[in-house]
Design a protein around this ligand. Structure first.
Ligand SMILES: N[C@@H](CC(=O)c1ccccc1NC=O)C(=O)O
Length: 302
């Protein structure tokens, strides 16, 4: 893949804000920039229930390598994977979180504000505007759709005014093994305490906040994401952690707001994947396949 010019170029540990050591991203530039308007960026948001220190931006690397060798490689101008502050995980067996660590004590809307800050950094550096596919795995899919829900979440940082003005939402969003409805996820797993635990750690104990942050309960995509053209919901029936009900709820909500599987301005696609919840990125083939089909669909819309 690499040629004499030193491409693809890989950059890691790019600090996009000073909030914590977790506020970094990594990227891959496949070839010298051409400014082809048909090319898109692929930006990945990892999962791990907003708290798992063992799942980070590196979870994109396998799929990234496969994409660089795939037929859609020519259509990809750059790839990025974002780290963001995590919520507390004091019971983690190897790496329990410390209450004084700003990288491990986030509470909603910190996670989404970090994602917005990272996107702003990428857009200011590479000027791709809305020409990107925002991909999220598991809670990363929640975050990806939250970018399209509104660009301004909460007032705890004075700098968010800049984010509200400047972050351009993507032309397409791909959710992979995604969480879209938090109250449903918790009640479907009422016998497994970890679900309630990680949602409480990330969003607090007020269940109204869980619903308000859930993309599958958001009624205003039309206003908040007027230029959104494509949502792809990719999910495996073999996912042992997040059931198919989650993308089904998201699909129904979008259908009620004018999104359709028929050709049109606001397209919705459901893609069946194979493998376990984390297997799809660990192996990388299924994550790469979902991204490939999304990039291909987006080409017809640019
Ligand atoms: N590995 C995670 C669990 C996890 O990622 C997860 C578990 C159930 C449903 C969704 C999950 N992840 C979503 O981002 C943890 O240790 O908390």
């Amino acid at each position: 893949m690499s040629d004499a010019d030193g491409f693809p170029q890989y950059r890691r540990d790019i600090q996009y804000s000073d909030d914590s050591i977790a506020n970094t991203l990594e990227l891959c530039i496949p070839r010298p920039t051409t400014h082809d308007p048909k090319q898109v960026w692929v930006v990945f948001i990892h999962g791990g229930a907003w708290r798992d220190p063992e799942i980070d931006s590196s979870s994109f690397r396998k799929a990234q390598e496969l994409l660089l060798r795939s037929p859609v490689a020519e259509s990809i101008a750059g790839l990025a994977s974002i780290n963001y502050r995590l919520s507390p995980y004091p019971s983690h067996p190897q790496s329990p979180s410390n209450p004084s660590d700003p990288a491990r004590n986030a509470r909603h809307p910190d996670h989404i504000n970090d994602i917005l800050a990272a996107l702003l950094h990428l857009q200011e550096t590479f000027r791709f505007d809305d020409r990107y596919v925002l991909v999220g795995h598991s809670c990363g899919a929640t975050l990806a759709l939250q970018v399209a829900m509104k660009r301004y979440w909460g007032a705890q940082y004075e700098s968010t005014f800049a984010l509200e003005l400047n972050v351009v939402p993507p032309v397409a969003i791909l959710g992979v093994e995604g969480v879209y409805d938090l109250p449903a996820l918790v009640s479907d797993h009422s016998d497994q305490l970890i679900y309630r635990d990680f949602v409480k750690n990330a969003f607090g104990s007020d269940e109204a906040t869980w619903a308000a942050a859930s993309p599958a309960r958001y009624v205003d995509f039309e206003d908040s994401w007027p230029d959104g053209r494509l949502v792809v919901l990719a999910h495996s029936l073999e996912d042992e952690l997040v059931e198919f009900e989650q993308p089904d709820l998201q699909r129904h909500l979008l259908e009620r707001q004018g999104w359709s599987t028929e050709p049109g301005d606001r397209q919705l696609r459901v893609v069946d994947l194979h493998g376990t919840h984390d297997g799809v990125w660990q192996d990388g083939t299924e994550l790469a396949r979902a991204i490939e089909t999304t990039v291909q669909s987006v080409q017809t819309m640019l």
